[in-house]
Design a protein around this ligand. Structure first.
Ligand code: AMP
Length: 418
């Protein structure tokens, strides 16, 4: 199956080619035809499955017909980073279409957004709060909206945006096509879908479980030894880009400072940072000038950096869902990745849930000098004489951790050159 089957306009196909996409991902195969027919759609999919192009491509195709310079598509995103990334995807895929998209989010001045909107755009990708400011202030006219996309709905609801979403929906009076994407479908999202969608097609890719092509390893450790363990692992593991998660903003800042002082090339991303600093951190991480990024959950939402080889949970997240999203930052599309999780004796419940959902006993790795009394199948690790990598005593088990292929029979995909 190739992109030719969708009969996209040559200007849309030019974007597909420019990004080096050869084969549609499963979610693209299932979403693009109904969206092109104008159907409402629920996409239940993890990040990293190619879901942005699954809605962006048929939207670009749709917008080629009809008026220019009016906001006809609204995409609601939970975070600024995801809004920027989605806007970039529209720009990259639509580079030959002359369609314009604007990202709209808080924490930056209104003036640039107002200027871009006045210059005319057909697509607005927005975070809920700032979008409401524009809708109420009259700088975005909702009367021409033909397609509404609610992206990462579960995350948006987790972040408390449900009332804002409802207010946005009240501004959209004209009938429109609604596409909703979510990794999970909790009850409040089902209710929303019932209220706003008409006979939607449901597309489900995999389950809401962690995974893709990621191997999961637990490192039992005492709380106050985590930084030392992290440094040990970073020094002795072959990695490309590494994303480290902490529970708190201050924790992220402190850890990044510590790693920096130890000589690592590191940046951080957390909600207290000004937007320009966040963007600079993200750009530096994406281009590889920073090899390590320490981030909190919300800040890291939607980060799309292809070369992340390792996600390290310095602090365990508070739910399986959050774990799924974190490790979705590695193993994107056709790549593999490793998820290392530092577990203390307080993390027993989450580890048990994780093993139940994955239906496997996760590998516990003990680095000499860093083990604690966590309930674990301990395997001693030693440094191989020939390599600087930490390897298990029986190296054939190295990658046996968990390889759960949730991407369904993933077709051959060209890697994204960006
Ligand atoms: P997403 O799930 O939309 O965040 O996409 C994850 C990554 O996959 C992004 O870097 C996309 O550019 C890339 N991607 C999306 N569709 C394809 C495709 N058909 N072939 C190769 N890469 C893709």
């Amino acid at each position: 199956m190739s992109f030719e089957t969708f009969n996209f306009h040559p200007s849309v196909m030019a974007g597909v080619r420019a990004l080096g996409y050869v084969t549609p991902t499963p979610i693209q195969l299932q979403c693009i035809p109904p969206v092109m027919k104008g159907r409402d759609l629920i996409g239940i999919a993890q990040t990293g499955t190619g879901k942005t192009a699954a809605f962006a491509l048929p939207i670009l195709q749709h917008l080629l017909q009809g008026p220019r310079g009016k906001v006809r598509v609204l995409v609601i995103s939970p975070t600024r980073e995801l809004a920027e990334q989605t806007c970039e995807a529209f720009n990259d895929l639509g580079q030959q279409t002359r369609l314009r998209s604007v990202a709209v989010y808080g924490g930056v001045s209104m003036s640039q957004q107002l200027r871009q909107l006045r210059n005319g755009a057909e697509i607005v990708v927005a975070c809920p709060g700032r979008l409401l400011d524009h809708l109420w202030g009259g700088s975005i006219d909702p009367s021409h909206i033909e397609i509404l996309v609610i992206d990462e709905a579960d995350r948006m609801f987790d972040m408390g945006f449900q009332p804002a979403i409802r207010s946005i929906l009240q501004c959209l009076l004209k009938p429109h096509q609604t596409l909703l994407f979510s990794a999970t479908m909790p009850e409040d999202i089902r209710r929303l879908v019932k209220d706003i969608q008409h006979d939607p097609v449901t597309v489900q890719i995999g389950h809401s479980v962690p995974a893709v092509t990621v191997s999961h390893t637990l490192y039992p450790v005492e709380q106050n030894r985590k930084t030392a363990l992290l440094i040990e692992l970073l020094r002795n593991t072959e990695t490309e880009s590494v994303l480290v998660f902490t529970r708190t903003k201050h924790g992220a800042e402190r850890l990044a400072r510590n790693l920096g002082e130890t000589g690592f090339n590191v940046t951080s991303l957390q909600g207290n940072m000004a937007q320009n600093k966040r963007q600079a951190a993200l750009d530096g991480f994406r281009t590889g000038s920073y090899k390590i990024m320490v981030a909190t959950d919300i800040a890291a939402r939607g980060i799309d950096v292809l070369r992340i080889s390792h996600v390290i949970n310095y602090d365990m997240p508070d739910s399986i869902d959050a774990y799924t999203h974190r490790i979705g930052r590695t193993g994107r599309v056709d790549q593999t990745g490793d998820a290392f999780s530092f577990v203390t004796s307080n993390d027993g419940d989450l580890v048990r849930d994780l093993e139940r959902v994955l239906n496997v006993k996760l590998e516990r790795r003990t680095v000499k000098g860093f083990n604690n009394a966590a309930p674990a199948v301990k395997r001693e690790f030693s440094r191989s004489p020939r390599s600087t990598r930490w390897q298990p005593a029986r190296s054939s088990q190295r990658r046996k951790a968990v390889m759960v292929n949730h991407r369904i029979s993933s077709p051959q995909m060209a890697s994204n050159p960006s």
